[in-house]
Design a protein around this ligand. Structure first.
Ligand code: EPU
Length: 432
């Protein structure tokens, strides 16, 4: 599984290039199921979640071929299997996009209930199911699987009870080849939803309004292969911005869409950090103390929940008391008990964390319970006095490409070591 050993206290200087967006890639790759012909997908991030979703499609009959490190050809034309390979699917959340795409193409699908980040609270998929049913599918959840089938899918109006990224994407996928027009109201507006819609439109779909809360999908008969480049990862960029802010120094973050980072830049600026935006890069600089701020997570364009652990970690060493409200998930503060081991002063009550800034954090052995929690602990380790060991880093490698190399290039002291095999420390029989 491996762990990171971090010797903290070094400012960061230099530049880092952001990879393609994880959450766009894991939606666009299964969307290729709807396409006849080869989808050449560029700017693919080198992370384990992407490798996994490609492996799942391959096992279902797709032809997958890497052209270079960041470009992959996916051809789902030969695919006939409409049931996912269970064990692999249960490892990641986004495997549920296969459901919408299979339903859209074959009018039937059977997909294992998704895994992925476990924050401690429930992550229901009732809105996905409601959308599929509204389109005319018969949906059942049994034996750990979701099955959906329909004689035909017919466009309709669907109002989402909660703003859900996954449900918005899944309904778009199922509606792409439905008869007539589907209108999704109270849709999520995240950049990767726009990216998915752009991908599908470039292959022949007719999707309008992505990026607003009303999305209209006019069904088409066929989608044809083509080439598409994935947007840069908003959260990876935000994580390096937070890294520069917590460590101090001066970092140029390249290959970003600054507009996607507005809520993060604005909040960092309030803490006393300088964020300068350029066309496709941002510079983050800090040479003075950090100030406490309050923030609430919201669906896009609000402050992203996927930056909440990293931002909260920064506030652990800001002067004063900060209040963080998590509005997207019921429970996403599990990681704070790990930060407490490093000297953080955080009190959590339901959806709110009260963070009293301390002078500095100190190194400890901590455990990454999910992807962003893991990223937050890496940031804590970079800023802490002494040595931090972050365990269970497979969570981090699901979503951050070459994080050790990228941070090392910025001057951080971080290395990955593989876990040693467990040794039996009991004395051998007969030994004294
Ligand atoms: N929800 C429901 N019913 C549903 C769907 C969602 O009640 O049918 C609730 C959820 O429980 C949650 C809220 O709605 O409280 C928002 O969930 P959403 O569906 O938007 O989340 P998701 O699609 O499961 C994606 C990202 C997450 C990110 C969220 C919110 C992917 C693969 N995952 O998850 O990313 O936190 O949107 O922005 O796109 C991450 O990258 O670390 C990560 C967890």
């Amino acid at each position: 599984m491996g762990k990171y050993i971090i010797k903290g206290g070094k400012p960061l200087h230099g530049s880092v290039t952001v990879s393609g967006a994880k959450n766009a890639a894991v939606a666009i790759i299964p969307a290729a199921i709807l396409v006849e012909g080869i989808c050449r997908i560029e700017n693919i991030p080198g992370i384990s979640d992407v490798k996994l979703i490609l492996e799942i499609l391959e096992k279902m009959g797709a032809a997958v071929k890497y052209v270079d490190e960041t470009t992959v050809d996916v051809d789902c034309t030969p695919m006939t299997i409409t049931t996912t390979p269970g064990a692999l699917c249960r490892k990641m959340r986004a495997s549920y996009y296969i459901l919408g795409a299979l339903l859209g193409r074959f009018r039937r699908a059977q997909v294992d209930l998704p895994g992925g980040c476990n924050f401690g609270g429930a992550r229901p998929i009732d809105q996905h199911i409601k959308g599929f049913e509204a389109l005319g599918a018969d949906v059942k959840v049994e034996y750990g699987m979701v099955s959906a089938k329909a004689d035909e899918l017919i466009g309709t109006e669907i109002y989402l009870d909660v703003v859900s990224v996954g449900a918005t994407i899944n309904i778009i996928l199922a509606a792409c080849k439905a008869k007539g027009t589907t209108v999704i109201e109270n849709a999520a507006r995240e950049p990767h939803i726009v990216d998915l819609a752009n991908f599908l439109n470039s292959m022949g779909a007719d999707i309008r309004g992505a990026g607003t809360n009303v999305i209209k999908v006019k069904g088409v008969e066929h989608l044809y292969g083509g080439t598409y480049s994935i947007i840069p990862d908003q959260i990876e960029a935000g994580t390096y911005m937070a890294a520069a802010a917590i460590c101090g120094g001066d970092v140029l973050i390249k290959n970003v869409i600054p507009k996607h980072l507005d809520s993060i830049s604005a909040k960092l600026t309030e803490t006393g950090v300088v964020c300068e935006e350029y066309d496709d890069s941002v510079i983050v600089r800090r040479d003075g103390p950090l100030s406490a701020v309050n923030f609430k997570t919201q669906p896009y364009p609000g402050f992203p929940t996927d930056m909440q652990p990293q931002m909260s970690t920064l506030l652990c060493i800001a002067k004063g008391t900060s209040i963080v409200t998590e509005n997207v998930y019921d429970n996403r503060f599990k990681y704070t008990s790990e930060l407490a081991k490093m000297g953080a002063d955080i009190t959590v009550d339901n959806k709110t964390a009260v963070i009293k800034g301390v002078e500095s954090l100190t190194g400890a052995t901590v455990h990454a319970s999910d992807l962003r929690a893991g990223a937050a602990l890496v940031l804590a380790g970079l800023a802490a006095k002494g040595t931090t060991v972050v365990e269970d880093i497979y969570h981090i490698e699901r979503g951050y490409e070459s994080i050790v190399a990228k941070l090392t290039a910025l001057g951080a002291d971080i290395e990955k070591v593989e876990d040693e095999p467990e040794t039996d420390v009991r004395p051998a029989k007969g030994a004294v």
